[in-house]
Design a binder for this molecule. Structure first.
Ligand code: KIV
Ligand code: NA
Length: 265
């Protein structure tokens, strides 16, 4: 199997082929997602929410991200594996950004890192890129800044914030980032950025006129139930499938219908 590289992603944008991206946090799920043919697998700090049960992405640690990333890498043959730098591991200190990145690359075997923000983190982006590690940007509703925003509402509806987002995207491109996630911004703005910036724009709640899409695995397959934004399409109801399977198992144990003599030694 030919591995996906940042160069292949750039070619895909060039020929108008949409890029598929999805999160995974463990070996078994990564095997399924990679086996299905995903282009990019993101070891997102959304693991803080869906794996650890935290309300926000802020509590997850670098060590925990490395554990998830190493597990994912062992299950992937083809996809490009991108790992989120967690909150507190890169902001305002480019040396720490590089140190965190080097730990992720060495200890997990991942292929690239992602960090949130624009001008504020420019030095960190440059420093990581100068070490030869591909960087993915993330603009719009950046969840590590949720307490600054105070709401999960759509970002960059106002002209000032939209202009800053465009300038940040161009800055990240000039620095040498290979792609940018655009989260929960107006579709018309995402379209404009995807046209004006040559590196791939991967959207989540950013409409159809971008170069690719990303979702959280647990949302896509319907393991999570209580998260229902307009941008989320559920492709399965795994919550119901698993609940039925587990309930049947409980009933079979209670009713002495599992195991049978044939299922023993
Ligand atoms: O952590 C995450 O899952 C993400 C995606 C939603 C882009 O950053
Ligand atoms: Na993230």
């Amino acid at each position: 199997i030919k591995r996906i590289t940042t160069h292949i992603l750039q070619e895909m944008k060039g020929r108008g082929e949409k890029i598929s991206m999805l999160t995974a946090y463990d070996f078994s799920m990564a095997r399924i997602v990679d086996g299905a043919g995903m282009d990019i697998i993101l070891v997102g700090d959304s693991a803080s929410n869906v794996m650890a049960g935290h309300e926000t992405t802020l509590p997850i640690t670098l060590d925990q991200m490395i554990y998830h990333a190493a597990s994912v890498v062992r299950g992937v043959k083809r996809a490009l594996v991108v790992v989120d730098l967690p909150f507190g591991s890169y902001q305002g200190n480019s040396s720490e950004a590089l140190r965190s990145t080097i730990r992720i690359m060495k200890e997990s075997g991942a292929h690239a890192i992602k960090l949130e923000g624009g001008m504020e983190i420019k030095e960190s982006v440059i420093r990581v890129l100068s070490a030869g590690v591909p960087v993915m940007g993330h603009l719009g509703l950046t969840p590590q800044s949720i307490y600054k925003f105070g709401t999960y509402a759509v970002r960059a509806r106002e002209e000032a914030e939209a202009n800053k987002l465009i300038a940040d995207a161009k800055m990240l491109e000039e620095c040498g980032c290979f792609a940018i996630v655009l989260e929960k911004i107006p579709a018309i703005l995402a379209k404009r950025v995807a046209e004006e910036v040559k590196i791939p724009m991967i959207g989540i709640g950013a409409g159809p006129h971008v170069d690719g899409q990303v979702l959280v695995l647990h949302d896509l397959v319907g393991i999570t139930k209580d998260f229902n934004p307009k941008f989320l399409r559920r492709y399965a109801d795994v919550h119901t499938i698993m609940t039925e399977a587990v309930s049947q198992y409980i009933a079979d144990v209670k009713n002495k219908e599992f195991p049978t003599e044939q299922e023993g030694y």
